[in-house]
Design a protein around this ligand. Structure first.
Ligand SMILES: *[C@@H]1O[C@H](CO)[C@@H](O)[C@H](O)[C@H]1NC(C)=O
Ligand SMILES: *[C@@H]1O[C@H](CO)[C@@H](O)[C@H](O)[C@H]1NC(C)=O
Length: 926
């Protein structure tokens, strides 16, 4: 057989087996469990108290606390003379952030420098460092030996106990602990060593062998959260918001939460199994103290156990606050300890503290916050044109049309299949004429084809990741035999970014944006469908050390490419499947290849909420479910929920039936249209929330407890969520649902978004559910900006007037914000934006400027006006309204809550006040 034929056969075989996998759903045996992962198995077998390390030579050096960690019997025993001490550093930062680093001492010549993940911690973080001057040493009650104590932040101290070594944060006066590390003595650090006689370092799983040239190098330790009712975070898993225990008597999960970026076909909806992304950041929350957080910056495979009550019943170790403590156990295959403790005490504080390390989320372009239409694949230009015009025909707005892998010439990214897409520029220009955009896919697997210029150049320049023997790594993916650019190298990232210039990406236009898929990276014939761990990156970094961040670097390089393409003027839009801590700076993410099942609809909520809590506000799940064919009812419910995802995109697998919104009969078309319309009316509110996320890190959609941190009833609720601080949404997750139980938190009322009907807070309501909508409510005391006119796309709504919906609380007051900028450029960073706070109190509505007075060199102005103001929850109906700037009186009447649907009870409405959003004004209700 000719070599090409062999390749072709292998490719066909792969295609068939892939198809097979996707039909049979998740193949557990394709992937390692903890027992099949030697470092995890070793770590989990350790007994509490087995760590015998002592902190010695505790001093202040360069403003940090440093110490050496030595085994207890090191000083006396002859046997341990070969053990080198570990170096421990404690650094303190503003806002109550404590950083702990533990690594081998480089001056003692370990065989290799262990990998520290670069480019995740933002450079500004170092400005927050507090230079320590003083350290106090005392023996804390209950201890036998001394501890070194430093002041951390208002009311908090960091403590390093010497024997056995333990690090924790405690409250000053009370001495109550907040977070601690190694309290159970489970800390273990495998130093790099030379291979001993007869020692076996290779590891095999299924047909793959990992040469492991550097041997065992894992790290594990226990972390305890005090005054904690639940722990959250550590995405990405398809599981509940409040993390279920994985160890101890009677736990539901037996595997730890795995953090290892993998391309998992048809992931199951309730599992600690790791999928496409990894953020090793955990948050604890409890009624009595509040919130705290722990982040371990490490990109190697990680496994994390959440211990159930009684896991350590016979360990003999006793710790404070037995009842409200949650113990966790962290294990990583390689790297160093670079861990951050966050004291909170509120949920929003912890998120801000975490983001001071990893960076604030990027501000998206306006269009990206609207509705996206995707499918694998829109076949050709005619198909694109047809789908596009049908949206108009059916009066359904949409902003972005997506092209999956089939649009390329043989999966060579940056190219077009010229048979199917002969005029890509013209196609994009036609969409752009309606204010619409296009997104094409660009994956990291580069087809090994000598006539493909990207491959030629990457080969010539030596830009590919190398295999263990130093040759360009060659793996199978969509493009057949493929290699992967080494995105760890800044020079290669810069080269990659240049691929997006209009000159290099022939057929691209300024309205084209990018989708990064398969960047875990996915390698069909690799171990667990990814790259072998002994593959080599820039600086001799092994893939095992970097794995979870590969997709992060790819996302970063692509986003930089779009910025470069626009000469730094336009904000990029790049959607990525793989993710890591800090991905929020590069763009949006989605929850990958889900299924058209009610359980997947249900789990999308905790998945999106968890991403938001761990810094990624811009996420969503494929509406309709990627695999399988949703029943029309499921599809409609998914649109109704998806309209509130921060990233709202419908997508479907290639083998599924077509499911554009108009294919399920008139009634379903109407329901889907309504759901999409709801999103479009709320775009001003969403965009304002994206700006809030951009400046404070607080996510766009939030768990209820983020807004109601002392209400226990909300702590494990992941069926409902908040959009900003003003809207509560409850999904409907079952077929033919007739009633829904909705818990409305707080003491204030809530107003049904659709009808204006008011409901009491602080109780569960049994509500009748209709097919029209899922339950959604506006919280009393808030003001929501809307745009109620329907257009073809968000871009076409830019100059449309606003509606303000004011829901008064029991003191007849309310507040809300509106943020507006050009929706596109970076000028807002120089002050070119409008940011208003609307305050209603004492019968007066005032618009207050939140933009800084001397707002930089650029300005943003807008003639846009407010066309309606709706009042809900007023005790006295005003008769007229006086606009104080113009001294003009306008009438108040009754009007529908929603003009276009004419639905809802008549509500008090100020019509045509004609005030500009850019101006200061006051309206007095008479
Ligand atoms: C907001 O977004 C912009 C653009 O993505 C980014 O440069 C900036 O760092 C973000 N954060 C803040 C605080 O502006
Ligand atoms: C009503 O809302 C205003 C504005 O948000 C707030 O300042 C006030 O505390 C609220 N009143 C009550 C009783 O919650």
């Amino acid at each position: 057989m000719k070599p090409q034929m062999r390749n072709l056969n292998l490719f066909l075989f792969l295609l068939l087996s892939l198809h097979f996998i996707s039909v049979l759903s998740w193949k557990r045996e394709e992937f390692r469990n903890c027992n099949q992962t030697p470092f995890c198995k070793r770590a989990r077998a350790r007994k509490p108290g087995s760590c015998s390390l002592l902190a010695r030579h505790v001093i202040i050096s360069d403003g940090d606390v440093t110490a050496k960690l030595l085994p207890k019997n090191h000083e006396t025993s002859e046997d341990h003379h070969e053990i080198n001490p570990l170096l421990l550093t404690l650094s303190l930062y503003q806002d109550g952030v404590l950083r702990l680093k533990i690594d081998e001492d480089p001056s003692l010549g370990p065989p290799k420098k262990r990998f520290e993940v670069p480019d995740v911690i933002v450079p500004e973080f170092s400005n927050n460092k507090l230079w320590l001057q003083r350290i106090s040493t005392e023996t804390i009650d209950g201890d036998t030996g001394p501890s070194s104590i430093v002041h951390l932040a208002d009311g908090y101290e960091a403590v390093l106990r010497h024997d056995p070594f333990e690090v924790y944060v405690r409250e000053k006066g009370s001495g109550n602990r907040v977070i601690s590390l190694n309290s159970h003595g489970l800390f273990d650090f495998e130093p790099l060593t030379a291979k001993g006689e007869g020692e076996e370092w290779e590891e095999s799983f299924r047909e793959n062998t990992d040469t492991r040239p550097y041997g065992p190098q894992s790290i594990s330790f226990d972390v305890s959260f005090y005054a904690a009712d639940f722990v959250y975070g550590i995405p990405e898993h398809a599981t509940s918001l409040a993390l279920k225990p994985t160890r101890g008597p009677g736990v539901e999960y037996s595997e730890p939460y795995r953090l290892f970026n993998l391309d998992v076909f048809e992931y199951i909806h309730d599992s600690p199994f790791g999928i496409y992304g990894s953020i090793p950041f955990m948050i604890s929350h409890g009624k009595s103290r509040g919130t705290s957080g722990f982040f371990w910056l490490n990109a190697a495979e990680m496994q994390i156990d959440v211990m159930g009550a009684g896991w350590d019943a016979d360990s003999g170790i006793s710790l404070p606050s037995e009842k409200t403590r949650i113990d966790t156990f962290w294990m990583s295959e390689a790297g160093i300890v670079d861990a951050f403790f966050f004291v909170g005490p509120g949920p929003k504080d912890v998120v801000r503290q975490y983001m001071s390390v990893t960076g604030m989320p990027a501000m998206p372009q306006l269009f990206a916050t609207a509705y996206h239409q995707c499918r694998w694949n829109y076949r050709d230009e005619e198909d694109v044109e047809d789908v596009d015009s049908k949206f108009d025909e059916h009066n359904i707005p949409y902003d972005v049309l997506w092209l999956d892998i089939e649009h390329t010439d043989g999966k060579r990214y940056f190219t077009w299949d010229r048979m199917l897409f002969p005029h890509p520029e013209e196609m994009q220009r036609k969409l752009a004429a309606k204010g619409r955009h296009m997104v094409t896919i660009v994956d990291p697997h580069i087809k090994r084809d000598d006539s493909y210029n990207v491959h030629k150049e990457a080969t010539k320049k030596g830009y590919y990741v190398k295999d263990a023997s130093g040759n360009d790594f060659d793996g199978w993916c969509w493009s057949g035999s493929s290699s992967y650019p080494d995105m760890l190298n800044p020079e290669i990232r810069s080269w990659w970014a240049d691929r997006f210039s209009f000159e290099h990406y022939v057929g691209s236009t300024p309205s084209l944006y990018i989708w990064n898929d398969m960047n875990e990276p996915s390698v069909f014939n690799g171990p667990e469908l990814t790259m072998p761990r002994d593959a080599l990156h820039y600086g001799d970094v092994e893939h095992r050390e970097l794995h979870n961040a590969y997709g992060y670097y790819f996302h970063m390089a692509t986003a930089n490419g779009l910025v470069k393409r626009g000469e730094g003027k336009d904000r990029p839009f790049v959607l990525s499947r793989a993710l890591f801590a800090g991905s929020q700076r590069h763009g949006a993410v989605w929850t990958g290849d889900n299924s058209a099942e009610w359980d997947h609809l249900r789990v999308s909520v905790p998945m999106v909420l968890t991403l938001g809590l761990t810094g990624l506000p811009f996420s969503g799940a494929d509406v309709g479910g990627f695999f399988g064919n949703p029943e029309p009812e499921l599809l409609v419910r998914w649109y109704q929920l998806g309209a509130y995802y921060p990233f709202f995109r419908a997508h479907a697998h290639h083998d599924t039936k077509r499911r554009e919104p108009w294919l399920f009969g008139e009634r379903n078309t109407e329901l889907i249209r309504d759901a999409i319309h709801v999103r479009y009316t709320l775009i001003p509110y969403f965009y304002t929330l994206f700006r809030e996320a951009n400046t404070s890190g607080v996510p766009v959609v939030r768990p209820l407890w983020m807004e109601f941190p002392s209400e226990e009833a909300t702590f494990s609720n992941d069926e409902a969520f908040m959009v900003g601080n003003s809207i509560l949404v409850q999904g409907i997750y079952t077929e033919r649902a007739k009633v829904a139980s909705v818990y409305l938190p707080g003491r204030q009322s809530w107003y049904d978004l659709r009808t204006g009907t008011s409901y009491r807070g602080g109780m569960t309501h049994k509500l009748t559910v209709s097919e029209d909508t899922i339950p959604a409510f506006q919280r009393a005391g808030t003001i929501i900006p809307r745009k109620d006119r329907f257009r073809r796309s968000s871009t076409q709504m830019v100059n449309d007037p606003f509606t303000l919906v004011i829901a008064l609380n029991s003191s007849q007051a309310a507040e809300g914000e509106l943020y507006v900028d050009d929706g596109k450029s970076f000028e807002f960073e120089h002050g070119a934006y409008i940011h208003r706070r609307f305050v209603l109190s004492d019968g007066k509505l005032t618009s207050v400027n939140l933009a800084p007075a001397s707002s930089g060199k650029s300005r943003f102005s807008s003639e846009t006006v407010i066309e309606r103001i709706i009042l809900l929850g007023h005790t006295h109906s005003p008769k007229s309204a006086l606009i104080e700037v113009t001294n003009q009186k306008v009438d108040i009447g009754l009007g529908p809550l929603w003009l276009q649907w004419g639905r809802g009870s008549a509500v008090v409405t100020v019509r045509k006040p004609g005030i500009r959003i850019a101006d200061d004004w006051t309206i007095k209700f008479l």
